[in-house]
Structures are given as C-alpha cells and as structure tokens.
Design a protein around this ligand. Structure first.
Ligand SMILES: NC(=O)c1ccc[n+]([C@@H]2O[C@H](COP(=O)([O-])OP(=O)(O)OC[C@H]3O[C@@H](n4cnc5c(N)ncnc54)[C@H](OP(=O)(O)O)[C@@H]3O)[C@@H](O)[C@H]2O)c1
Length: 241
C-alpha cells in the first residue's frame, strides 16, 4: 500500500522543514503545491499552484496525481501555505482583501475538497494537518484578514471532522516561529498593528521557535505516527509526556 503525502507551503519556513523531514520515507509518495515551479527531487511530484489566482488547474492536477496511484494506504494533507498580508486597518484593504481570501481560504478549501473527493473515490483513509494560529481565536489589530481566514479554515475542518469521524484531523498551533511570516510581521508599518513591538521583542529576546523543531514535532506526532489527543493542539503542550 502506498501512502500519499500532499504538502502546501513547502517553500516556507515550517513547510520546507517538513519537506526535508519527509525525504527518504519508504512506501510514500510526496506531492508539493508551490507557486514558484518544480522541485527537482527524486520521489517528489511538484504541481504549480499560485493560490492567489482564481483559476484552480492545480486542483485537477492534484486529483489526477492521487487517482494515478493504485492501492492507496492513506492520503495525508499538510496545509502550511498562508499569507499574513496585508497587515493594515479595516477600511484600507480594497481589492487586496480578495487576494488574501483567495490564498488563505478559497484555495485551501479547494485543496481540501479535492483531497476528500479523491479519498472517497479511492476508498482511502485521510489525515489532515492544518497550521492553526492563536490569531484564529483572538483579534489582533491590523490582522483582520489573517485572523478571519485562519478562523474560516479551522471551522471548515471542524465541520469536516464532524462529517467524517474516521478522518484524522488536527489543527496544530505551532506557536511563534522564526520564519518569513514573522519577518513580514516585524516589518509591518501599519498604525493599526499595535502588537508589533511585542513581536519584535520575541525576536530580540530569542523566543521564536525554530521551524526545524516545529517540523520535528509535526513529523513525530502527526505524520510518522498519530498522537493527536484532540482536534486543537499546541506545539510544546505534549512533547514532555
Ligand atoms: N510563523 C509563525 O509564527 C506561525 C504562527 C502560527 C501559525 N503559523 C502558520 O503556519 C503555516 C506556515 O507558516 P510559515 O511561518 O512557515 O510561513 P512562511 O514562511 O511565510 O511560508 C508561507 C508559505 O506559504 C506559501 N504561499 C504564500 N502565498 C502563496 C500563494 N499565493 N500560492 C502558493 N503558496 C503560497 C509560501 O510560498 P512562497 O515561498 O512562494 O512565498 C510559503 O511556502 C501557515 O499556515 C501559518 O499561518 C505560523
């Protein structure tokens, strides 16, 4: 039986660390969806997917890739792609709101929907790892689009979990991680973003998590094994015991 792992955000801080950890897995095929072209690595299939674009040809390509396998043991979907921007006050977004929603919501839903459809067709078990955020549950000035979009996908997956109790689904909050997203946050200059000094202090005080450490937790808990005790989990909450 072949295990299929599908990864978005494979070029980002957390996603790229996960991809490195997946290399060499036996009886496993990996597919990454990235906007900047193909990964030239053995055992990895790359589909070009710019999630900011409304056309979703990547969904058809992903479905064809899944359906092209025989004896699928499981389909694992790791959703690491997201955009924090634009960080700004409500009233200033204009058309930029639509782009954020396209990346963070519409495209993610499209990928999830495709995976569920293919899983049903191929009678394959499913596991989904979504990178959740405190921002989905706590309003942060300037982050309206990001907060709302993370909340949307989290609730969408909670509904999926209620429709398919047999699926393994986790909404994993990695904490504050030293990635490009955190740099974008520190560089934001909107007055609406009143927490900026706090995020800068986390970097200055070396309190950001290392993306490799976060990836290791994800791989150990949710990819090589399944140790999720509940739908919502936080990095650091379980590793000690
Ligand atoms: N870092 C944190 O502190 C933190 C905290 C809580 C939750 N999270 C969540 O963890 C996940 C990973 O975050 P990260 O910090 O690793 O982010 P990151 O370094 O900013 O990487 C984001 C990833 O998303 C991809 N992406 C962005 N826009 C895209 C588009 N239009 N089409 C296709 N791919 C696109 C990026 O691709 P490109 O390389 O092409 O830009 C990149 O691979 C995200 O879901 C984030 O919400 C992060």
């Amino acid at each position: 039986m072949t295990r299929l792992v599908i990864l978005t955000g494979a070029t980002g801080g957390i996603g790229s660390s996960i991809l490195r950890g997946l290399e060499g897995g036996s009886d496993m095929r990996v597919c990454v969806l990235t906007r900047n072209g193909a990964f030239q690595r053995e055992g990895i299939t790359s589909i070009t997917a710019d999630f900011s674009q409304p056309g979703a040809g990547y969904a058809d390509e992903l479905a064809a890739w899944i359906d092209g396998h025989r004896d699928i043991g499981e389909i694992a979907l790791v959703l690491a792609a997201a955009s924090i921007g634009p960080i700004n006050a409500i009233g200033s977004f204009g058309v930029a709101a639509a782009e954020n929603i396209q990346i963070n919501v519409t495209s993610q839903i499209r990928v999830i929907d495709t995976v569920v459809k293919c899983a049903q067709k191929n009678k394959a078990p499913v596991r989904i790892i979504q990178f959740d955020s405190g921002a989905a549950y706590r309003p942060i000035g300037g982050w309206a689009l990001y907060c709302a979009s993370k909340a949307y996908v989290s609730m969408f997956l909670k509904v999926l979990a209620s429709e398919h109790k047999e699926y393994k689904i986790v909404l994993f909050d990695p904490g504050v991680v030293d990635t490009g997203m955190q740099k974008t946050i520190r560089d934001a200059d909107s007055d609406a973003f009143t927490d900026r000094d706090y995020f800068k202090s986390l970097k200055d005080d070396r309190k950001l998590r290392d993306p490799g450490d976060v990836a290791k937790v994800v791989l150990d808990r949710y990819i090589w094994d399944w140790k999720a005790k509940q739908l919502n989990e936080r990095c650091g909450a379980y590793e000690q015991g």
